[in-house]
Ligand binder design. Structure first.
Ligand SMILES: Nc1nc2c(ncn2[C@@H]2O[C@H](COP(=O)(O)OP(=O)(O)O)[C@@H](O)[C@H]2O)c(=O)[nH]1
Ligand SMILES: [Mg+2]
Ligand SMILES: [Zn+2]
Length: 304
């Protein structure tokens, strides 16, 4: 029996594909890593590091999940409220939006950035489809994010503009690409990774929403070093965090948090709130503060 350490590169209901020393193993999971007799869902996520054992029979079994350094985590769709880890041990999250097709969605972007911050990831924004008309307007709409300190990468998978900067961003990092279906995640990766043929889909004209061309997290080696995870479109993401921790997920608010009068201030209507002071003084964008309030309300409601 040999016990080895490896990285999960794909998950299925009761199994995980684990890579170790350039080899891949199809592993069974112990009961402790499967949630619920009904759901039969693995508690492992792509990127997880595990200890696994190769059996004399030729099979393999995961024995232990090793601690995560970071994660991309949301509230699962099933009740009761539970954490759904989408990926683990990443260095950065790239939140994608498009100039159009699908329409720019600031609220989706706000939530994805909170997911990244809550999961201990460096975050950046990618604005794709800059070849389409309306670019200037969306670039302006991204000003609050730029001011919050997020790098903004503007790209076109169609013309190739901005791809070298994106390549530099992905090089030697472990990144996840998140954003609504149809913004061009797979198209960008197809251009950056030679030989890659991730399926891409035309956006259906009627709904304006991209169809789900991918249904899982794809673990892709980046040429020259690094890993990129391609994902299907995530719509209404509820970040896995708590109301008191939420303000810490807005980098531009962090510096002000210890100056509120009340240590448990949620920065709504409390007197002497330093965050609201910073909003009034223009140091924190009002739009981002409103995003904070919206997500806070949804967290409080669901905890309710
Ligand atoms: N005009 C334009 N179309 C793009 C661009 N990137 C992707 N597309 C198109 O948008 C559609 C969705 O792309 P896809 O890569 O599947 O998006 P994903 O769902 O985020 O992976 C496809 O029809 C692509 O050809 C771009 O930069 N400009
Ligand atoms: Mg895709
Ligand atoms: Zn406050």
């Amino acid at each position: 029996m040999t016990v080895q350490q490896g990285t999960v590169i794909a998950v299925r209901p009761r199994r995980a594909r684990v890579r170790a020393d350039g080899q891949e193993y199809d592993c069974e999971l112990p009961q402790g890593l499967i949630r619920g007799p009904r759901e039969q869902r693995t508690l492992l996520a792509v990127g997880d590091r595990v200890r696994f054992e190769r059996l004399p029979s030729g099979g393999a079994v995961v024995r232990r999940l090793l601690p995560r350094t970071s994660k991309v985590s949301r509230v699962g769709s099933l009740r009761p409220r539970r954490e759904q880890v989408i990926a683990a041990n990443l260095t950065q999250l790239l939140a994608l939006q498009a100039v159009a097709e699908p329409r720019f969605n600031a609220r989706a972007l706000d939530r994805l950035l909170v997911v990244g911050e809550a999961g201990n990831l460096r975050c950046a924004v990618v604005l794709n489809k800059i070849d389409l008309s309306g670019r200037a307007q969306i670039t302006t709409a991204l000003t609050p994010y730029r001011r919050a300190g997020y790098p903004i990468l503007e790209t076109s998978a169609l013309t190739g503009e901005g791809l070298e900067r994106l390549r530099g961003f992905l090089q030697d990092e472990v990144s996840i690409l998140l954003g609504p279906s149809g913004v061009g995640k797979s198209s960008l990766l197809n251009r950056l990774i030679p030989g890659l043929t991730q399926s891409t889909r035309q956006i259906s004209r009627s709904s304006g929403k991209g169809r789900h061309a991918t249904s899982r997290v794809d673990h892709l080696d980046f040429p020259g070093g690094g890993v990129v995870l391609d994902t299907p479109g995530l719509r209404a993401v509820q970040p896995w965090t708590t109301a008191p921790a939420l303000a810490g997920c807005f980098p531009e608010m962090r510096d002000h948090l210890d100056r509120c009068r009340f240590p448990d201030c949620l920065h709504r209507a409390e007197p002497d709130c330093a965050v609201r002071g910073a909003v009034d003084a223009g140091a924190v964008d009002r739009q981002r503060y409103e995003a904070y309030l919206r997500i806070l309300a949804s967290l409080l409601e669901e905890a309710g």
